[in-house]
Design a protein around this ligand. Structure first.
Ligand code: FES
Ligand code: FES
Length: 206
């Protein structure tokens, strides 16, 4: 059979070139972004009354911002404050990559409205270490090889700190239960649990 020979599907003469050509067309159509509809006379956010002012503390720094009232804390941190250590994984509260502390409690920032942090304290992975040394949990993650690609790691560490702080690191089962909302696609779970166990043991000694 030659390159151009016909593969007659259901009585329709179709050549290999036809099939490849059609497939490529579909692929290109899939890749090319949809042309955005031309927005005419779209009111600004201010005009729609959808903005509000938020005054919060992020990693000890006071911040006042005019925000879209529908914005998530995750987008506020990454896109407005420039703190990109907090990762966007699923953006649906399913993976824990975006975990931060809000008034000391671990929360998924993708499901937390930025408007809700007004007058409150946010801590991200960037605020955990002090000027001279890493937080003990960060050191333990390194020592226990508790990461591979590192994408989930900021969220894992923020949850791990909360796990120890709130007394949930009493044994491996409790640790796993508390950390169950933090997914690691690299499967570094053994190291993560070991890191938390180590920090918890040291905090009991100290
Ligand atoms: S990005 Fe927030 S839980 Fe996945
Ligand atoms: S280290 Fe890769 S997803 Fe957890």
């Amino acid at each position: 059979m030659t390159e151009e020979s016909s593969a007659n599907f259901s009585g329709v003469g179709v050549t290999r070139r036809t099939v490849l050509g059609t497939g490529a067309g579909v692929a290109v159509a899939t890749i090319l972004p949809m042309q955005p509809a031309i927005a005419q006379d779209t009111p600004s956010l201010k005009e729609t009354g959808r903005t509000l002012s938020v005054s919060t503390t992020v990693n000890g720094r006071d911040i006042v911002l005019e925000i879209d009232s529908r914005a998530s804390l995750l987008d506020l941190l990454r896109e407005r404050v420039g703190l990109t250590g907090t990762k966007k994984g699923c953006d649906h509260g399913q993976c824990g990559a975006c975990t931060v502390h809000l008034d000391g409690q671990a929360v998924v920032s993708c499901l937390t409205l930025a408007a809700k942090v007004d007058g409150r304290h946010v801590m991200t992975i960037e605020g955990l270490a002090d000027e001279v040394s890493l937080h003990p949990m960060q050191t333990a993650f390194i020592d226990c090889d508790a990461l591979q690609c590192g994408y989930c790691t900021p969220g894992q560490i923020m949850s791990a700190v909360a796990c120890v702080r709130h007394g949930h690191a009493t044994d491996r089962t409790s640790i796993r239960q508390f950390m169950s909302g933090n997914i690691c696609r690299c499967g570094a779970y053994a190291g993560i649990v070991a890191a938390i166990e180590g920090v918890a043991a040291n905090s009991r000694k100290g």
